[in-house]
Design a protein. Sequence first.
Length: 263
Amino acid sequence: MILRLSEERLPDLERLVRSDPVYGPRIWTLYVCYGNRYTFCDIWLLLNEDKEAAGLLSRYGGTLTLIATPGVDYEELASFLHGYPQELEGMKSSLSPLFPFFPGITPEETTVFSYPASLAIPELASKVQIEPALKKIFPILATCFPEFGAHSDPNLWLVDTSARFRKNLGVNFLVSVGRHPAATAAITAIGPSSGIIGSVACLPEFRGSGYAKDCVLACLKVLRQKKKTAFVLSASEQVDPYYQKMGFEAVGTRCFLTLISSY
């Protein structure tokens, strides 16, 4: 059974969010910022045959996120997902049982990295600004990630990023060279036990100077102060060495499925 999350099931939400420290922060942040109060965001509980919560599914804009534990009815979930022709994302362990139900779709995989708690965080070599004017950050992201720039509304991005900051569930960092914004990184979601670092970007003319690395280090320092485990969801294997060189360790695999409606 798949039910929209209700207030009386919030203990189930926290338990399941803690079961997945990589995607738990994303769903937790969506709940705190938006819940089920808006048309662009939904959060569902996946119940097992004993009517106990065994999984979480969220929808934010065009992206679905899945957290699954033993007992999820994948046949029912697959039928439900056929009505949502969107991108589905989650850990491979959560998504792989769905693969037989979508035989014509090839899953994409990338690596999940974590920064060891025992590893010291180096000092920053650059002056990193915390929570700068967000209008300075979007152009960096749009330049470095053309697909993001082509399909993202700057105003909606600003509203969402601001909402996360107000709820203490997101932090942005910026390095500028003179008056020119050069590099950025952000803590994009914070859950009960972990946080996600993302939006790591540096304009081409400033690459090789360590500015983006310093932004990542600033993220790590904040998460360690909050006693949260830090995770990075790699965009592709080409950037994996960048995080490994900083000390991050591979801890898992995430998957994407681009779903096609059967209706």
